[in-house]
Design a protein around this ligand. Structure first.
Ligand SMILES: Cc1cc2nc3c(=O)[nH]c(=O)nc-3n(C[C@H](O)[C@H](O)[C@H](O)COP(=O)(O)O)c2cc1C
Length: 217
């Protein structure tokens, strides 16, 4: 698949078929992902691929933690955001809600519990970073995430970045035996999209480029 086509087509998948993704396919995808650039070629990323019964165990633990602690999907801002960003967040919820309602679920329940369950995807990938690195290396992690979701799309796979699970980092570390000196940066749900699910027909919009760019010419 052409790169620009993948960039245009990719969208977050929030309903997956139960068909497993073969381990060698996940490995091939990650072989592409590690071509991502990183500062001084440090390649700080680490991927924990979770499938099968372990994947179920991880979800059970995350859903339990969510029900106990009730920390929802939120951008986790440090300070109140400018109106532009609040407007985009409100619009995101408003536009997605009708698709989620078709499943008989509320937005909050679907997104929060769904995220903890990796939306039923057969593969969860947890991206971790050693705490010895500075926060600047989160840029490298973000690039790797971008590569991962685009390469997955090229393989006909759907994906959804799952930031919500960061709130339950201790639980993830415990289930997956991730050492204390590493941080969970993000999770990714990966699998074959369920074409019959209304949520997968939703494509999120973007603001006009003029809102993001200043030119000095
Ligand atoms: C860092 C990051 C964290 C995200 N966390 C979640 C999440 O926890 N749950 C979820 O359903 N979607 C999550 N998303 C997906 C975003 O909601 C999605 O990318 C955005 O609405 C734009 O839609 P698109 O990916 O379909 O283009 C996350 C995306 C990013 C980049």
């Amino acid at each position: 698949m052409e790169l620009l086509q993948a960039v245009k087509e990719r969208k977050s998948t929030r309903a997956f078929l139960s068909n497993p993704v073969p381990g060698p396919v996940v490995e091939e995808i990650l072989q592409y992902v590690i071509h991502a650039p990183s500062a001084i070629n440090l390649q700080p990323w680490e991927f924990t691929v979770v499938m099968g019964e372990e994947r179920e165990r991880l979800s059970r633990r995350l859903i339990k933690a969510y029900r106990e602690k009730n920390i929802s999907c939120s951008p986790g801002n440090v300070k109140p955001l400018a109106d532009t960003f609040n407007r985009r967040g409100i619009e995101c919820v408003k536009l997605m809600t009708p698709y989620i309602s078709k499943l008989g679920a509320t937005f909050d329940a679907f997104i929060n519990e769904g995220s903890c369950n990796f939306y039923g995807a057969p593969v969860a990938i947890i991206l971790t970073l050693d705490n010895a690195f500075s926060k600047a290396r989160l840029v490298d992690m973000g690039i790797a995430l971008g590569y991962l979701i685009l390469v997955a799309h090229s393989y006909g796979l759907g994906s959804c970045p799952i930031g919500l699970i960061n709130a339950y980092e201790d639980d993830i570390k415990d289930v997956l035996n991730i050492p204390e000196h590493k941080s969970v940066v993000i999770g990714v749900a990966l699998g074959y999209p369920d074409p019959s699910s209304p949520v997968n027909t939703y494509k999120s919009p973007r603001d006009s480029l003029d809102n993001f760019v200043r030119w000095f010419d």
